[in-house]
Design a protein around this ligand. Sequence first.
Ligand code: MSP
Length: 518
Amino acid sequence: MSKRFYVTTAIDYVNGQPHLGHAYEKIIADVIARTRRSLGQEVFFLTGLDEHGQKVQQAAVAEAKTPQAYCDDLAVIWKAFAAKLDLTNDDFVRTTEPRHKQVVQAILSKLHAEGHFYKEVYRGFYSTREETFLTHKDRRPDGTFDPAWGQVIELDEENYYFRLKDHQQWLIDYIEQNPSFVAPAYRRNEVLGFLKNNVLEDLCISRPAARLNWGIPLPFDPNFVTYVWFDALSNYITIPAAQGDPGVPKALCPQPTTLNPPLALWPADIHLVGKDILKFHAVYWPIMLKAMGAPLPKQVLAHGWWQKDGQRMSKSTGNVVDPVAVIDEWGVDAFRFYVLRELDIGPDGNWTEASFKARYSAELANGLGNLVNRSLSMLKRYRNGVVPQRSDELKTTTEEIILPTLESLRINELQAALQWIWQLVGRANQYVDHTAPFKLAKDTAKAERLDEVLYNLAEVCRILAVLLWPFLPGTATRINAQLGLPGSPDKFSQARWGGLPAGHTIGTPAPLFPRKER
Ligand code: MSP
């Protein structure tokens, strides 16, 4: 039994509609998952929904629904969204599912029994909107709280606390000794800076059920439910644990696995998250896991945030990008391409319609689309679609691109991989211009030369489909079909020059990215 490559995304808050930021993260995870599968690894890709907490409870009340009915209705939309993005997630976790709740309770019981929690009264200022206690640092110079916090009330509350600060030095040492645990490197430095310059506060892991009952009850005290972040972070391990993963401590697995061989996922290879929730994943989560006695994930990979037209996206100002509308108009691959090509994993990005259209037109329609369409159309027209004898004229050029593309993909440099792939698109388009097959076709004495050119172009198209598969799966499959090849080009081992056999008849060429006159 071999461990699968296990990649996760943040689980989105169920209240509200999916937007560009959610889509971006899930697409990155999907490209990583597809890449690993194409490299021949077994993969498990998990995404899902964060469904407990005060905001959900309030939103449900506002719609006169039970919180569960409210979540069930929205989960349909979010699952459809995952399909719309062409995600290949192997599972979809909802934190209201029994399989998740059962393991969260097992975690809480174990940690409680081992003395990681204590109960204490806390008196402080509480933001009802943000469901959080505020500290003196949150006060403005005049002593008031920013209206963004909504109503701020004084609250006296008994709760359970997790002894986080006991593990502070251990975590600093761990991150220093495991430099790839948090990526990119500047995010790791941020986490280390935070840990070295602040004394960690113990983490409040409960909410009184009298104030909030939409949560997982603490198994050792029914007057409390679990703090939503403790609940949500646990999803990464509850799903493996629910299946009896051999990498998860036995005390957390509700029953031994019935799968043969067992599904070995834990520890996760990559937790992909936005920069805003890095502290939860790089500070709280590793300490929680250490307390559980579970191995730590290999990496927390933090991506940046999208703005639109240089401003924070916000529903109230209408400044949002609706991924579904963009996909309906331009196709899912155009959307996937833009977000991955425009923004590397790490920095912040800015969506503008002009730059989306410019990339669509230059790189997709005139770049890739034009190359594939003219290459295959000429093969159809001049050779009746029959692949000529193998020729190796573009072999070296292509191999010089395949290598760094795969290297970039192995280290999750997705933007760099796309840049390499488009170098091949550019060179092949230049090759068409230089060799001018449309002229060669007019001279029967040049038939052999035309054969060479047509072979090289068709073979580049085939290899491009293989390299593009993780990014643009629909387009890659269409290129394959137009080449008359069965199935999907979903194994990088197919990216070897000479795979297209002489005598093979291709399918029907058709534009991949229709030009839009707008
Ligand atoms: N529910 C928590 C995560 C719990 S994970 C155990 C949450 N949900 S969220 O819906 O607010 O955000 C989900 C993910 O989307 C986060 O990783 C967040 O960074 C990402 N994004 C939300 N808005 C974004 C942008 N504008 N740009 C890029 N990603 C952003 O946090």
